[in-house]
Design a protein around this ligand. Structure first.
Ligand code: RB5
Length: 147
């Protein structure tokens, strides 16, 4: 898959770990940084990933900050983005199966690299179930269109 990743300063180390994992798994990775440890604002780094996923340039995105919360809030402001904040393997599977999430967010200050790797691997290996969930996603898109 063609996957975009980014973080803020609070997610720098985990982002690099996840970038390596994605390459190990054979994915094509675009890393939007940041490339230094300087303090940055997470909405600026969410932007290229969200625009790229919403526009179809990337099939999936992964956003990392200290908690994952800021990144997930920012990501869900973009039309067409369904970003799930995920810190356990069960949720990683379910958010693909039921929500067809196209981005996940994680917090480097919340979980370790081992669990984060399992989360990413599980999410990418899971498939949207469609059916009744398709209608629910359509209703989310209708909310988005009405705002
Ligand atoms: C940065 O200190 C921190 O606020 C950020 O990484 C993130 O946790 C925000 O939600």
């Amino acid at each position: 898959m063609n996957i975009a990743i980014s973080s803020d300063h609070g997610g720098n180390t985990l982002r690099k770990e996840i970038g390596s994992l994605l390459e190990e798994l054979g994915h094509q990775v675009t890393d939007f940084g940041p490339q230094t440890k300087d303090s940055v604002d997470y909405p600026d780094y969410a932007k290229p990933v969200c625009e790229g996923v919403a526009g179809g340039e990337f099939e999936a995105g992964i956003l990392i900050c200290g908690t994952g919360i800021g990144m997930s809030i920012a990501a869900n402001k973009y039309k067409g983005i369904r970003c799930a904040l995920v810190h356990d393997v069960f949720s990683a599977k379910m958010t693909k199966c039921h929500n067809n999430s196209n981005i996940i967010a994680m917090g480097e200050r919340v979980i370790g690299a081992g669990l984060a790797r399992e989360i990413v691997t599980t999410w990418l290996a899971s498939e949207f179930e469609g059916g009744r969930h398709e209608n629910r996603i359509k209703k989310i898109a209708e909310i988005e269109a009405s705002n």
